[in-house]
Design a protein around this ligand. Structure first.
Ligand SMILES: O=C(O)CCC(=O)C(=O)O
Ligand SMILES: [Fe+2]
Length: 208
């Protein structure tokens, strides 16, 4: 199998940690964003948020209870962070969806899900016919809530604790490019305080 250039680039980044697993390619890089950048992003998220949505509703109205903010690329900070995320992984910035912020108050969560769209899902064509499915997820915690709010990857029994500026990124596909169910993850309930993250999803083809 040819070496995946994204995995090679991430593996070579200073201070990168790779979570040991044969099922899933998952990296962590602490202090990816500075405290000042985290604070500025939190301010943007607080200024403009809406209830989060999910792609293929499953009848559980409490499945994703957070709020979402669309972070516009015409903001210089957002544009710089988009460039830095793509460059860090060697991903084509043109394949990235617009950056989003997520905010979780006490009791809010995003239950176990995968970030790729189910090829058999009712809305697959609507979400994926132009840009294709999601490939990589890059997520950065902007703060640490006082309790709760970890991200749990059930299939590999790994729980990641929020820390300000900490980047988590993973490949949503297996080496044969099919969706990887071992990427199943749960944004767990915040128990005290508020949790903020940014999420960046990349696609198979350019995002228009
Ligand atoms: O908030 C988290 O820990 C996970 C967020 C997430 O999985 C998502 O936005 O797709
Ligand atoms: Fe997710």
């Amino acid at each position: 199998m040819a070496t995946d250039p994204i995995i090679a680039r991430l593996s070579a980044q200073p201070l990168i940690q790779r979570v040991p697993s044969s099922k899933l390619t998952l990296f962590i890089r602490r202090d990816f964003l500075s405290p000042e950048e985290c604070a500025a992003l939190i301010e943007l998220i607080d200024a403009d948020r809406r209830p989060s949505t999910i792609a293929d509703p499953n009848g559980d109205t409490a499945f994703r209870t957070s709020e979402t903010c669309d972070l516009r690329d015409d903001d210089p900070l957002v544009a710089a962070i988009n460039r830095r995320l793509a460059d860090f992984a060697g991903l084509d910035p043109g394949h990235g969806e617009p950056l989003q912020g997520q905010r979780y108050a006490v009791g809010q969560e995003f239950k176990a899900h995968t970030d790729y769209f189910e090829p058999t899902g009712a809305d697959f064509a609507r979400y994926c016919s132009v840009a294709g499915n999601r490939t990589w997820t890059m997520m950065v915690y902007l703060n640490a809530p006082e309790a709760g709010g970890a991200t749990r990857f059930k299939a590999i029994d790994k729980t990641i604790q929020p820390e300000p500026g900490k980047l988590v990124c993973w490949n949503n596909r297996r080496p044969d490019e099919t969706p990887n169910p071992a990427t199943l993850h749960h944004g767990m309930k915040v128990r005290a305080g508020v949790k903020y993250v940014i999420t960046k999803w990349f696609r198979e083809r350019p995002w228009i």
